[in-house]
Write a protein that binds this ligand. Structure first.
Ligand SMILES: [Zn+2]
Length: 308
């Protein structure tokens, strides 16, 4: 009998392949991961090649605009959650390539996945969503096509609102260009497909450098994670928070670290992690039937141009 291995990392679908092929695929993945770590870690504060390799990332099958692989780690829950199925958590770093700490802290947290209550959650973790921005000769917010990925999600009315916002409010700031059309970029397309496939109960997206937390969508807001306090920073056409939280009905926490280049102290890295896990366990509702998500309205906050 051929043993069948299934994993959810192949692009577009859960892949079930015979073990003999899976071994070859894993070997390829390891080599690719080593190369990936050697390229990226010189840009990541406090992340060694060894730490990156221990993170056990594997290819998603998706690539950036420049052809750099987007890697992810999937960690099933050690046991079922309170309501049967474990809580599904999608953790994202580095959607803006010049926010170096936002990718680095995800690598730090990935070393602590065996602790409670992290073990009770089903994780999908992509620490570097915008590798081209991180690897640019000078790290940049936008991807290799000059698009702010965090303005490229298909919020209703995008065609009208995103371009108008970009022109009138940002003064056509090239760092905030939303793209020619929603999901025009391979990185945002991959992320959108990943949300459709995985159907997370909560999305955590890490940014810098504004030193606050924000929440979009149906969950009770946290008061603080570590020294980061909750503060609404605004709603933007095409942002992941706007799209996920308000139109897909999935709570999206945006963590804004206080500095884009220098990591918080080790103890603070741990406190943010612990407070975040406790908030997920306590305040994120599990929705057995998320397919019937309904749009939610939230009053647009002050449109701070500087925010995530
Ligand atoms: Zn950002």
């Amino acid at each position: 009998m051929i043993r069948i291995l299934c994993h959810a990392t192949a692009i577009l679908a859960v892949a079930c392949v015979p073990a003999v092929f899976a071994t070859a695929a894993n070997t390829l993945g390891t080599a690719q991961q080593t190369d990936w770590c050697k390229r990226l870690t010189p840009r990541l504060p406090d992340v060694s090649v060894a730490t990156c390799q221990r993170s056990a990332l594997i290819p998603t099958g998706a690539q950036s605009r420049n052809g750099f692989p987007i890697l992810m780690r999937t960690i099933p829950a050690a046991r079922d959650g309170k309501h049967g199925e474990p809580m599904r958590v999608l953790l994202l770093g580095g959607i803006h390539g010049d926010e170096l700490t936002a990718a680095a802290i995800v690598f730090q947290w990935m070393q602590w996945m065996q602790s409670q209550p992290a073990q009770e959650f089903h994780w999908h973790i992509a620490p570097v969503v915008n590798p081209d921005g991180l690897l640019a000769s000078k790290p940049q917010r936008v991807n290799a096509n000059g698009v702010d990925l965090n303005r490229n999600f298909p919020t209703p009315g995008w065609e009208k609102d995103a371009q108008r916002y970009w022109t009138r409010v940002t003064g056509r700031d090239p760092r905030r260009f939303p793209g020619q059309s929603p999901l025009s970029e391979p990185e945002s397309r991959w992320l959108n497909e990943e949300i459709e496939r995985f159907r997370p109960d909560v999305i955590i997206s890490v940014h810098a450098p504004f030193g606050v937390l924000d929440l979009d969508g149906p969950a009770k807001a946290p008061r603080r994670f570590g020294r980061l306090y909750f503060s609404r920073v605004g709603v933007y056409p095409g942002s992941l928070g706007n799209y996920g939280g308000m139109h897909k009905n999935v709570p999206v926490i945006t963590i804004e670290l206080p500095n884009a280049l220098a990591m918080p102290p080790k103890a603070e890295v741990r406190r943010i992690w612990q407070d975040m896990l406790a908030w997920i366990a306590r305040s994120v509702p599990q929705q057995p039937n998320k397919a019937a998500a309904s749009p939610m309205q939230r009053t647009a906050g002050k449109a701070a141009l500087t925010a995530h």
